[in-house]
Every structure is written in structure tokens, then in C-alpha cells.
Design a protein around this ligand. Structure first.
Ligand code: NDP
Ligand code: ZN
Length: 352
């Protein structure tokens, strides 16, 4: 079968691979909608270390073509929403009650890109299909469902980590697609003031539509000072969905002494975080610093789909560029890599 990915680090291209086969609990899926992600391009450039001969992609809606003998809930022909994170539900951390993206080890639940080929292929493999796949509900547009599998799940996870509450003042640093979903999730959780950091005009526009009350540009000077000028002090929560290694210290500098900084940003393997002791109360501030990778599984995705079904959020606003046909994966991926200013999220729709 064919797939698109990295021939080696820094070199994207088409690959020929064996069609995957399902284990007893697994399914093989044909993609019908795909979206490239910043994490795919980051991986291609070696952000998580050198890799080769790897099919990229981890955001997909698909059709089941084959199932293992023990799969009960799905059969060939079913349309499914595929979470980008597909845990092994027997994992040790999950059994210890830590429902995160790490089933046995760091990032253990992120199978695509890390443990196996991704979704930019004629066929791809999903482990533990009954626990990890959700049926595509009737009446929900494929493009909206596609935005649940990573963007909404990750953006909302940042909000969960930040424990956003009614009336709070929250800063969301970064308003790419992940940050925009964090803004929408913060709004759904009932925050009062939502200050966003970003510059691209269409992202700013959508951030306001999703609930942002104030906009700060990191290109207009120190964002910590700008947030202080706006609020006259510190804020309850800071969510990081963009920026660089320096952004963490900025977030800690803005949040109140008992606040929470939550980061879903993907830093570079070469990054080091420097936190000046005074901003962390000489080590005595009760600031929680939380990082996280989006949780996976069917139930989470079903709940996110429910938010769309009952009209509480339209995540399809994130899709700015649409492509038709399997061959267009390349154009969509290279566009994501180039990231022109008007791009938020590209999506590819495939008819077989
Ligand atoms: P984008 O690149 O689309 O958006 C990044 C945002 O950060 C933009 O709004 C950009 O502003 C802003 N930004 C850039 N530089 C700075 C700076 N110096 N200070 C403050 N803000 C800045 O990213 P995505 O939304 O696609 O993804 C966000 C992050 O989340 C990525 O690192 C991605 O890899 C990661 N990710 C993590 C996942 C997880 O589970 N933890 C899953 C999926 C993605 P501007 O408007 O000027 O462009
Ligand atoms: Zn992603």
C-alpha cells in the first residue's frame, strides 16, 4: 500500500509499505478524511528525534475494512472517528487510575508516529478497536468530527489540566487550532475573562468568536507586562498552546501564586526551561505546572461529538483549506509545514 510520511528526518515523501493486519482486538481502517497537524511537521523535522521510513498522520475519520476476531462493536463498512491517542487499556498507568496518554510509559498511548505508521495511508491499524473507536454519529459533519480527534481533545485537555472555573481570568498563549479549541473549552467551562496571545488575523477573529475577550500580541513586547497592564495583577490560570521554551517562565510570571499553568505545547528535544527563582516565589509559590498529552479512547470522543451534536461548538471553523483525494495528502502536508498566515487547519477528503 502507499502512504505519505518521512523518508527520513527532514525529507517528506511517498512510501510503499505492507498493508497492516489486525490482531484479535484491532481494526484496519481506510481513511475518508484526514488532517495534518503541527505535530506531524514537527516530527518530520526531527523534533522528537531522528526517524525514517515512517508514515505520518494521526487525525482521521475512516471506514472499517477489517476487524480482529474479538472485535464486537464494529464491522467492515462502519464509519468511525479515530482518536489520535489510542491507549492500550490494560496499561499499568491506566490501571493505577491515571487516565492519561501514557498507558505504560511516557507517550505510550500515542501509537501513530511513535510506535507504528500513521493515518496518511491507504490503510492504517487501530489497536483495541472496541475501546478506541467511536461510530460517526448521523447528522454530524465529517469535518466537525475530524476536529475532535486531536484539536478539540487536546485543546480541551489543556482546559481540564487548568481546572478552569466560573468567572476566572484565563490566559491562552497560542491561538493556532489547539489554542483556539482551548479558548472554546475555556468559554464552555464558564470563565469570565479570556485573554489570548497570538497575531494571525484569522486566528484572532475566530478566537473572539470562540470567546476571547482580549488579545495580546507577542510581537508588541513583553506579554507578561501586557497581561499585567490589562488585569492590574495576575490571572487565575494560564494555558500554553504555542510559543517556545521561554513561554513557560512567562506563564508562571502571569499566574497568581496559587494558580495553575497548563501546557500542551510540543517543545523541542533540544529545549531547556529556565525559570528565574523570583517568578516562582523563590520556590515557595503554590503554582501548579502541568503538562499533558491529549487523552484518547472512544468515550472521550463520544462526549466531544455530543458537544457538537447539541450545537454548543462548531469546531469546523478551524478548517481553512480543503483538499479532495488521497494524492492531495502531500499538498496538504506541505502547506501545513509552510504554514502561510491564513492557514489554521487543512483537511483532506477522500472518496475510494
Ligand atoms: P500553531 O503553530 O498553529 O499555533 C501556535 C500559536 O502560538 C500561534 O497562535 C502563534 O502566534 C503563537 N506563538 C508563536 N510564537 C509565540 C511566542 N513567542 N509567544 C507566544 N505565542 C506564540 O500550533 P497548533 O495550534 O497546531 O499546536 C500548538 C502546539 O500544540 C504545538 O506545539 C503542537 O505540536 C502541540 N500539540 C500538542 C498535543 C498534545 O496532546 N499535547 C497534540 C497536538 C498538538 P501567531 O498567531 O503569530 O502565529
Ligand atoms: Zn496532532
Amino acid at each position: 500500500m502507499r502512504g505519505y510520511g518521512m523518508i527520513k528526518t527532514g525529507q517528506p515523501g511517498w512510501l510503499e509499505k505492507e498493508k497492516p493486519t489486525p490482531g484479535p482486538l484491532d481494526a484496519i481502517i481506510r481513511p475518508i478524511a484526514l488532517a495534518p497537524c503541527s505535530s506531524d511537521t514537527h516530527t518530520m523535522h526531527g523534533g522528537s528525534g531522528p526517524k525514517e521510513n515512517l508514515i505520518l498522520g494521526h487525525e482521521a475519520i475512516g471506514e472499517v475494512v477489517e476487524t480482529g476476531d474479538l472485535v464486537c462493536k464494529f464491522k467492515p463498512g462502519d464509519k468511525v472517528v479515530v482518536p489520535c491517542v489510542t491507549p492500550d487499556w490494560t496499561g499499568r498507568y491506566i490501571q493505577e487510575g491515571r487516565y492519561t496518554a501514557h498507558d505504560n510509559h511516557m507517550m505510550g498511548s500515542f501509537k501513530f508516529l511513535i510506535a507504528k505508521d500513521g493515518t496518511f495511508a491507504e490503510f492504517f491499524h487501530v489497536n483495541m478497536a472496541d475501546a478506541n473507536l467511536a461510530h460517526l454519529p448521523p447528522g454530524i459533519a465529517i469535518e466537525s468530527a475530524l476536529m475532535t480527534v486531536d484539536m478539540m481533545s487536546t485543546g480541551f485537555h489543556a482546559v481540564e489540566l487548568a481546572e478552569v472555573g466560573y468567572g476566572e481570568t484565563v490566559v491562552v498563549i497560542g491561538i493556532g487550532p489547539v489554542g483556539l479549541m482551548a479558548v472554546a473549552g475555556t468559554q464552555l467551562k464558564g470563565a469570565g475573562r479570556i485573554i489570548v496571545v497570538g497575531t494571525r488575523p484569522n486566528c484572532v477573529k475566530i478566537a473572539k468568536e470562540y470567546g476571547a475577550t482580549d488579545v495580546v500580541s507577542y510581537k508588541d513586547g513583553d506579554i507578561v507586562q501586557q497581561v499585567k497592564d490589562l488585569t492590574g495583577g495576575s490571572v487565575d490560570k494560564v494555558i500554553i498552546a504555542g510559543g517556545n521554551a521561554n513561554t513557560l517562565a512567562q506563564a508562571i510570571s502571569m499566574v497568581k501564586t496559587t494558580g495553575i499553568v497548563s501546557s500542551v505545547n510540543y517543545y523541542d528535544a533540544a529545549d531547556t526551561f529556565t525559570i528565574p527563582a523570583p517568578v516562582w516565589g523563590l520556590g515557595m509559590a503554590n503554582i501548579d505546572i502541568r503538562g499533558g498529552f491529549c487523552p484518547g479512547g472512544a468515550v472521550r470522543i463520544e462526549k466531544l461529538l455530543n458537544i457538537i451534536k447539541y450545537g454548543r461548538l462548531d469546531p469546523s471553523k478551524l478548517i481553512t483549506h480543503r483538499f479532495d483525494g488521497f494524492e492531495k495528502i502531500e499538498d496538504a502536508f506541505l502547506l501545513m509545514d509552510k504554514k502561510p498566515a491564513d492557514l489554521i487547519k487543512p483537511a483532506i477528503f477522500i472518496k475510494w
